[in-house]
Design a protein around this ligand. Sequence first.
Ligand SMILES: [Zn+2]
Length: 242
Amino acid sequence: MDHVGGLAYYCSQRRFQGMGTGTIICDARIAPAVRGMLDGYHALEQQETPYDIITIEHDQQIKIKNNTSLRGFYTDHTAPSMGYCIVEHRTKLKPEYTDLPQEKLKELKSRGEEITRDLEIPLIAYLGDTAAGPHLVRDDVRKAKIIITECTFFDPGHKGRAKIGKHLHADDIAEWLRVAECEAMVLVHVSRRTHMGEARSQLAQALGGENAERVLFLMDFRSNRERYEKQLAEAGVEPARR
Ligand SMILES: [Zn+2]
């Protein structure tokens, strides 16, 4: 519910605001249940809200705009779960051709020579509910510029709970950050019962002084605002009046 519960509202708001039909990209395994949920709203409201469902399988990708695609991959949770990665595709000259003049390159190309190679730049990786596992260190996750991930437990005594519920614990985040190349890791899914200040200090403890500056809490509005204002000041932009 905390993940798909807003889908009907999303589709209805899109329609309400003249933004067209909502598109839901989802794991093929849960598509029938998602349809059932949306059809339930149809029955409740006695009114049809249109929606499009695009299903994807493990490691399948769909184009979301020129040179950019969304890829889904299985994660590990108590229900079927998928993580996503937004990947930019670029073509680059092969290193052996970089010093050649333009004319020569044209000639090689016209002869059917493959002078470029495809590069993939993972921009954002998103992990919904999941336990730790190999999916956290896939290339398109490990090398993503930004990782948005769940972290549900912070208390050192709650490692068992994290394991049973197939969620991530602050210790998993600390271990992951040693190999993840991201500029920032954004933590979501912190339970309402968790005190933000406590979570922060428990995470700092797990990190042991490493990597703390790369971790942000999505719901930590105060720290995020302070960070944002500092960035504005550094960029020489006046903060907007509140
Ligand atoms: Zn959840």
